[in-house]
Design a protein around this ligand. Structure first.
Ligand SMILES: NC(=O)c1ccc[n+]([C@@H]2O[C@H](COP(=O)([O-])OP(=O)(O)OC[C@H]3O[C@@H](n4cnc5c(N)ncnc54)[C@H](O)[C@@H]3O)[C@@H](O)[C@H]2O)c1
Length: 250
């Protein structure tokens, strides 16, 4: 991956950083020399990643947080700030793509899906604003091609991921005067361990190859490369945009 000298020493916060794309983001920023705090509810995976990267001489801090609870999120952000200093890069990455049938959705489940897939993106952005407003920053929010491609089977996930784009457009306008850039990354099918274990059947893989213009399976690093660029000063004029990393699916 490219090296962006301005990312060295910066404090980066990644939500959902213990596994999947989030873990690739934590590693990629740590390898830039950034100080990386990551919040996740998976304590075992979070501790293991922190230990592995610390053993390599990287500066990382794992804070166990269930992001559905906003006070816990705020406390997690504060812990990263106390340890590494003001946060100037935030990647809103955590989510959970559980399948559900529309007729089974209760009001409680609806709220839980929004808490898991959308609400924390706003409150994490709000929580880092005080750090970024004096010197600028970059906020990157993860969406998904599911809403663009019109996938069924998880309407609340899809709705939450489309809402992310509205949030990005609006926060970019509100935070722009402070030199804070806000952009979305919209992944296609990225081969995380969870995706491999749950969904990669031969039939689904054939459908993927048919739909993508690029025929290979995309990896978490394909997303991390774009996040590094958007976080860096090389993207200094870019805000309020949505970048699709899907190998040409949509
Ligand atoms: N992998 C894909 O194919 C794909 C496709 C489109 C979009 N995305 C998006 O990319 C991002 C990362 O996806 P992924 O595939 O790596 O997911 P993943 O399920 O592999 O990892 C998500 C991480 O978030 C954490 N997390 C989930 N809910 C949490 C909560 N309430 N509190 C704290 N931590 C929580 C999990 O513990 C996990 O470590 C998500 O925003 C997802 O919507 C992924």
């Amino acid at each position: 991956m490219a090296i962006y000298p301005d990312l060295q020493g910066k404090t980066v916060l990644v939500t959902g950083g213990a596994s999947g794309i989030g873990a690739a983001l934590v590693r990629a920023f740590a390898e830039q020399g950034s100080r990386v705090g990551f919040l996740d509810r998976d304590v075992e995976a979070g501790e293991a990643l922190m230990q592995a990267l610390t053993a390599e001489g990287r500066h990382v801090l794992f804070v166990p947080v269930d992001l559905r609870h906003i006070e816990a999120l705020r406390a997690g952000v504060e812990k990263v700030r106390e340890t590494f200093g003001g946060i100037t890069v935030l990647v809103n990455n955590a989510a959970h793509d559980e399948r559900h049938a529309a007729e089974d959705v209760t009001e409680e489940y609806f709220d839980e899906r929004m808490d898991t897939n959308f609400k924390h993106q706003f409150f994490a952005s709000q929580a880092v604003f005080s750090d970024m407003k004096s010197g600028g920053g970059s906020i990157i929010c993860m969406s998904s091609i599911t809403w663009m491609a019109g996938f069924g089977g998880m309407p609340l996930y899809t709705a939450a991921k489309s809402a992310v784009i509205g949030l990005v457009r609006s926060l970019a306008r509100d935070f722009g005067p402070f030199d804070i850039r806000v952009n979305a990354i919209t992944p296609g099918w990225i081969m995380t361990r969870r995706q491999l274990e749950l969904w990669l059947t031969p039939e689904a893989d054939a459908m993927r190859a048919e739909r993508q213009a690029l025929k290979r399976r995309l990896q978490p690093e394909d997303v991390a490369k774009l996040a590094l660029f958007l976080a860096s000063d090389d993207a200094s004029g870019i805000t309020s945009q949505n970048y699709v990393v899907d190998g040409g699916w949509v």
